[in-house]
Ligand binder design. Structure first.
Ligand code: ATP
Ligand code: MG
Length: 232
């Protein structure tokens, strides 16, 4: 069998919030994310999807258990070290797009490259070609307020992809879109995975989840079932 690189591994991860009442948002989650995977995490509101995404994408640390990134344990790295890995290797797409309102589509997509210290010329070249790839050539000088929901999400996807991350995480990427734009975005994810991108989508919507090749069902902070279409 071919060796497939494991990008991220969670081992018996717990996440507990200690406010008034203790909430165990994740209760012993173990999962491996391999290069080329197209994964969806499907579960109802409050089941722990966003908490899972934050930990698997190194935005947050577990209360208990271990997280590995490309074979190295990262559970104990400093915030700065984690942010370094995220900046270079992990892309994010959010339900609310999270674009910067006073920057054009082009500037929004260039931003991660700017943070990584790329030259202006290189930034522009890469951002233009990425926006073109996502069908936004005619919209590069538009501000987010001048774009439709579907266009905003495509800009956000371009921004997530611009540093060529190892993996892209999306939290309810179609949650704010009408069904037509939602389908467009899903089509883009499918195409990206065909090209080899590793994708992890969390959603409450079975229609969205089913486009992935592996579906992990989450309930009350636990993975209760895995459906692997590669094995069918
Ligand atoms: N910062 C926090 N402090 C306390 N409890 C929290 C915190 N964040 C999340 N929770 C709780 O943890 C549980 C899981 O939350 P999470 O946001 O991961 O769910 P979700 O599946 O993403 O839900 P939704 O579909 O509504 O976005 C919920 O019961 C929630 O109330
Ligand atoms: Mg959520």
């Amino acid at each position: 069998m071919l060796f497939v690189e494991e990008l991220i591994r969670l081992e018996n991860v717990w996440k507990s919030y200690y406010g008034g009442a203790v909430v165990h948002a994740l209760r012993g989650v173990s999962i491996s994310i391999f290069k080329g995977d197209f994964i969806s995490i499907l579960g109802p509101s409050g089941s722990g999807k966003s908490t899972f995404l934050h930990i698997a994408s190194l935005l947050d640390k577990p209360t208990k258990g271990k997280v590995f990134f490309r074979g190295k344990e990262v559970s104990h790295l400093s915030d700065e070290e984690l942010s370094n890995i995220r900046g270079k290797r992990i892309g994010f797409v959010f339900q609310a797009f999270n674009l910067i309102p006073n920057m054009t589509a082009l500037e929004n997509v260039e931003l991660p490259l700017m943070i990584q210290g790329f030259s202006e010329e290189e930034r522009r070249k890469r951002a233009l070609s990425m926006l073109e790839k996502l069908g936004l050539k005619e919209r590069i000088y538009h501000f987010p307020s001048q774009l439709s929901g579907g266009q905003k999400q495509r800009v956000a996807i371009a921004r997530a992809l611009i540093v060529s991350p190892d993996v892209v995480f999306a939290d309810e990427p179609t949650g704010n879109l009408d069904s037509k734009s939602g389908k467009e975005v899903i089509k883009i994810f499918k195409k990206l995975n065909k090209e080899g991108k590793t994708l992890v989508i969390v959603t409450h919507d079975p229609e969205v989840a089913k486009v992935a090749k592996k579906i992990f069902y989450i309930r009350d902070g636990q993975i209760i079932k895995v459906e692997d279409k590669n094995k069918k």
